[in-house]
Ligand binder design. Sequence first.
Ligand code: ATP
Ligand code: MG
Length: 340
Amino acid sequence: MNQLTEATMVEQVVTNETGSQSIEVENLVIDFALDNALFNRQYMRALNGVSFSIKAGEAMALVGESGSGKSTCARTLCRLYKPTDGVLKLNGRDINASASKITQTELAKQIQMIFQDPFGSLNPVHTIRHQMYRPIRIHMPELKGDAIEDYMLGILERVGLSPAKQTAAKFPHELSGGQRQRVAIARALATGAKFILADEPISMLDVSIRLGILNLMADMKEEGIGFLYITHDIATARYFAERTGVMYVGHMVEWGNSDSVTQNPQHPYTQLLISAVPEVGRQRGSATVDGKKSRIPLWKPDSKGCPFAARCPKVTDQCHTEMPSVTQVAEDHFVRCFAL
Ligand SMILES: Nc1ncnc2c1ncn2[C@@H]1O[C@H](COP(=O)(O)OP(=O)(O)OP(=O)(O)O)[C@@H](O)[C@H]1O
Ligand SMILES: [Mg+2]
C-alpha cells in the first residue's frame, strides 16, 4: 500500500490524459450559508476537497447517501454554484476563471445535465419538436430550415424514439417515463454536448426500462461522450461507469476503478453502503452501523477529523482530530482512511 500526499493524490486522480477532451475537478470546496446573518454568518461545507476527472468516452460514477454532495458536484460543473475553492477545467481551460472567457452558451454546448424527473424537465404545453428545436437553434446556428428538422429527427431516432416524426408531434404526457427520459437525453445530444452530467437518470423509471436507458447511455459513451453518473445504486455504477467515487458528507472517501471499489471496498463507509445495496441510504441518516440508526453529521468549514468518525465501527481517537491521508490500495483504487 502506498500513502499519498495531497498534491500527488490530486495528480493521480486528475491526470489521466488520453485525449484533449476532459473535465477535471481539483480540490473542489463548496460552502453554503446556513443563515442570512450580516455578521458571523454560519456556513456548512457541502464539498470538501473533492477531486475527480471525466474523460471522453468514459463514465465517472458518484455514489453515496442522500446529502453527500453528489448533485452539488454536477451543479457546480454547470456553473450553477461558484466554488468556494478549487478548480474546474473543461478540456484544460478553467471554467470559472474570467480569463478563460467560457460563456454560458459555450459551456452548455459542451456540458449538459439530465435530471431524475424527465417530466419536470420537459415543458408540458409544447410538443417534443418544439422542445428539440430550441437547443438546436441556439447551439447549431449553422443549421437552417429543413436541415434542423432532419437533424432533430436523426437524434430522436438515435435515442430509440422511432418513428421519430410521430414522436416529434407528441406532447410529453403522451410519452412513457422511459420515452420522456430519452427525449431529455436527445435534447442534451442535440447541442452536440461532449459531456453529460446524469443526476440519477433512471431512479424514477420503472425497473423494466432502466436497463434500456443505461444501454443507450453506454452506446453514447462508445461514441465518445463522457458521463458523470450520479446514483444511489452501486450495481448500476459498476455496470455503467469505468470509475466510481464514494461520497460521504461532501468528501470522497474511496474512489477508483469501479470493479475494484465495488468488489473490494476498503473504506468502512463503502463496506456499509455495499452491505445495504441495492438502493442505499435514500433517506438521510437511514443507513445503520451495528444495527443502530445514526444521523449523518453536518460538516462545517472548521470541522476536524474524518467525516465518518461518528459512525465508523473502526474509529480511533485519531479519526476525531485528523483528516486521514489517502492510501493507494491497488493500481487505480484510493482510500481515505486510517484503518487500512
Ligand atoms: N443551494 C443550496 N443551498 C444550501 N444548501 C444546499 C444547496 N444545495 C445543496 N445544499 C446542501 O448541500 C448538501 C449536499 O446536497 P446534494 O444535493 O449535493 O446531495 P446529494 O448527494 O445529491 O443528495 P441526494 O442523493 O438526496 O440527491 C446537503 O446537505 C444539502 O442540504
Ligand atoms: Mg442529488
